[in-house]
Design a protein. Structure first.
Length: 116
């Protein structure tokens, strides 16, 4: 059974930093494209960043230069380092893979709140 458990969210002031973690079980993170998504309250979920099995990364324009996605293969965990946070980064953050999205799976997410 696949599980993706997000953690690391919290309340931070604008300009601050957080590091989110996505611990994977039942799948090998390094063999999958792992994506971070976020969903602000009342809005649609959007892709923030992804890392491919070969280690290539891409970012949404809104977070480019501020967020960094990385992976620890030994821990089977994907991270999202978020720096220079803005109030508009406030959202529930999720990680997922294309295959799990097709299967209809979403984890519980982790709330990030950035105060101005």
């Amino acid at each position: 059974q696949v599980q993706l458990v997000e953690s690391g969210g919290g309340l931070v002031q604008a300009g601050g930093s957080l590091r989110l973690s996505c611990a994977a079980s039942g799948l090998i993170a390094s063999s999958n494209t792992m994506r971070w998504y976020r969903q602000p309250a009342g809005k649609q979920r959007e892709s923030v960043a992804f890392i491919t099995s070969s280690g290539n990364t891409m970012y949404a324009d809104s977070v480019k230069g501020r967020f960094t996605i990385s992976r620890d293969n030994a821990k089977n965990t994907v991270y999202l380092q978020m720096n220079s946070l803005k109030p508009e980064d406030t959202a529930v953050y999720y990680c997922n893979t294309p295959g799990m999205i097709i299967a209809g799976y979403w984890g519980q997410g982790t709330q990030v709140t950035v105060s101005s």
